[in-house]
Design a protein around this ligand. Structure first.
Ligand code: NAD
Ligand code: LMR
Length: 329
């Protein structure tokens, strides 16, 4: 028997990430090849943006996706998020050349307060929310705080792009296939302070740290390359990453809904106090997922270098959080 369609709300649907994301959701890449979807697409209440959205929807129509059970355009989050099972909060102002992510904090805080309240009012009580729009962790924190009647655990931030970037760098360094890398993850904020940790990573049961055996490469090449990748792409393209960001969003929700089968991945989630991260801070953690729920991988030791890196990214997040406190009432 055919499954009941899942309602997927996407904000910023006419933007560049949207253009890489929507077709893949409708194609079943995110929720499974047997899962019909209904797309509820939100754009700003602006003639050009709404017209562009209509154009994207025409193209989606023209793909004749068998899994697409419905699609609607919205200018109001209260209708876009109605009964949503999944909400991908992509719409925000992207960072341009030379801009720091913190510069965007205030403007985006307004957007995510409104959207958090709307999710609270109309979304499914089990809605899975992924925030992609930057600064992703703090925007997710704001949305979560603005939706007190929804479980906090329903709100997540996208660290998966950093995770995938780290995996790709390690595959290149070791000469091994990216799919063979396990137990890799990223701590903290989706920003250059994130800490991609391969101390526990394995390839075919062998320690990646032993295979690489080069702490200087970790500190001087790997971490800066992964941390500054977003900026490097902006410099090269004149636009922020889009297809890789959409791909990471697909991976994040796919694994959250369908499970990792015991494998580790990275999600930005509200801390439960694990590893000394204060409760509620939206932080990248190693997780496994099963039956639509994530669980933090416990019991990992944190050496002095790692603790120092974790503290840096945590302090940045606490600062961001403090910077928006006044907006949260
Ligand atoms: P874009 O400017 O191409 O598209 C953003 C779209 O969002 C625009 O069409 C805009 O009209 C819309 N929008 C703005 N405010 C909105 C609102 N309140 N409601 C609904 N729609 C709204 O930008 P993009 O390249 O698609 O990037 C989107 C966001 O994703 C940016 O903040 C970017 O920095 C971020 N990003 C995050 C990651 C990550 O790993 N977390 C990676 C890449 C990009
Ligand atoms: C990225 O990591 O590619 C995005 O978050 C864009 C950015 O501003 O770095």
């Amino acid at each position: 028997m055919a499954k009941t369609p899942m309602r997927v709300a996407v904000t910023g649907a006419a933007g560049q990430i949207g253009y890489s994301l929507l077709f893949r959701i409708a194609n079943g890449d995110m929720l499974g090849k047997d899962q019909p979807v209904i797309l509820q697409l939100l754009e700003i209440n602006d003639e050009r943006a709404q017209k562009a959205l209509k154009g994207v929807m025409m193209e989606i129509d023209d793909c004749a996706f068998p899994l697409l059970a419905g699609m609607s355009a919205h200018a109001d989050p209260l209708t876009a998020f109605k009964d949503a099972d999944v909400a991908l909060l992509v719409g925000a102002r992207p960072r341009g050349p030379g801009m720091e992510r913190k510069d965007l904090l205030e403007a985006n805080a307004q957007i995510f307060t409104v959207q958090g309240k709307a999710l609270d009012a109309v979304a499914s009580r089990n809605v899975k929310v992924l925030v992609v729009g930057n600064p992703a962790n703090t925007n997710a924190y704001i949305a979560m705080k603005s939706a007190p009647s929804l479980p906090a655990k329903n709100f997540t931030a996208m660290l998966r792009l950093d995770h995938n970037r780290a995996a790709s760098q390690i595959a290149a360094k070791t000469g091994k296939p990216v799919a063979s890398i396990e137990k890799l993850f990223v701590w903290g904020n989706h920003s250059p302070t994130m800490y991609a940790d391969y101390r526990y990573a394995e390839i075919d049961g062998q320690s990646v740290k032993t295979m690489i055996n080069d702490d200087a490469w970790n500190k001087d090449t790997f971490l800066p390359t992964v941390g500054k990748r977003g900026g490097a792409i902006i410099e090269a393209r004149g636009l922020s990453s889009a297809a890789s960001a959409a791909n990471a969003a697909i991976d994040h929700v796919h694994d959250w809904v369908l499970g990792t089968g015991g494998k580790w991945t990275t999600m930005g989630i509200p801390s439960d106090g694990s590893y000394g991260i204060p409760e509620g801070v939206m932080f990248g953690f190693p997780v496994t997922t099963e039956n639509g729920e994530y669980k933090i991988v416990q019991g990992l030791s944190v050496d002095a270098f790692s603790q120092e890196r974790i503290n840096i990214t945590l302090n940045e997040l606490l600062e961001e959080q403090n910077g928006v406190k006044h907006l949260l009432g």
